[in-house]
Design a protein around this ligand. Structure first.
Ligand code: SF4
Length: 211
């Protein structure tokens, strides 16, 4: 078997992240994917973008010692991890069995149910500890402006997915990025929406050219 040399597992401030794909069903104005290939020196753009679960597992095992020192691992890379749902499930099962010290979080755009045409929250619930879902805006108009979704009714889909994760008792956080020039986000209203869906809320400041 040929070893996959791409950065499928990377570390930021010593914390581990899994980078599944470049593909995404959004084109957010603040996304760094189209601006540069690396995040803090880790090249995340996948030239082949044909990652298998086994490719990731091999990289996890190659960094065993470092991973045993950590308490959380996050699916978060250049694209939308839940586009590769089957692989995320297989990798999460492996982590649970082999790295019981690691809690598992997924950072997602919240389109998974629309993409896979089924409710994936019950599939994820036994495997992950938390999920962070990009609510991104206070209404559909602003969402479409800031996220440029490639799927229909994306804003409603995101809210439905937040609710679905809450119903499965996954620790769920709805997030927004504030401070992007020309895209005024009403964080207070977004927080109200998050709470009405049963989720926690997090606003993070936009950082030019980075996460
Ligand atoms: S959802 Fe995330 S990966 Fe997708 S375009 Fe937006 S910032 Fe980039």
């Amino acid at each position: 078997m040929v070893e996959n040399k791409e950065n499928l597992l990377y570390f930021l401030d010593n914390k581990p992240y899994i980078n599944m794909t470049n593909a995404c069903s959004n084109t957010c104005v603040f996304c760094v994917r189209d601006q540069k290939e690396d995040v803090q020196g880790a090249k995340l753009w996948l030239d082949k973008d044909n990652t298998t679960a086994l490719d990731v597992i091999e990289q996890l095992n190659a960094s065993k010692d470092r991973l045993f020192e950590q308490n959380e691992i996050v699916f978060c890379g250049y694209g939308e991890p839940l586009i590769k749902l089957d692989e995320v499930v297989e990798i999460s099962k492996y982590i649970k069995e082999n790295f019981p010290n690691l809690k598992i979080r997924i950072n997602t755009n919240g389109h998974a149910n629309a993409i896979h045409k089924k409710n994936v929250a019950p599939i994820l619930a036994p495997l992950i500890d938390s999920i962070s879902i990009s609510l991104n805006a206070q209404n559909e108009k602003m969402y479409n402006k800031i996220s440029n979704p490639k799927i229909e009714n994306a804003y409603e889909e995101v809210k439905r997915f937040i609710r679905a994760c809450v119903e499965e008792k996954i620790k769920t956080t709805a997030s927004v990025v504030v401070g992007v020039p020309d895209y005024p986000i009403d964080a207070k209203r977004c927080e109200e929406i998050a709470k009405s869906l049963g989720a926690d809320f997090r606003a993070r400041e936009w950082i030019k050219n980075g996460y």
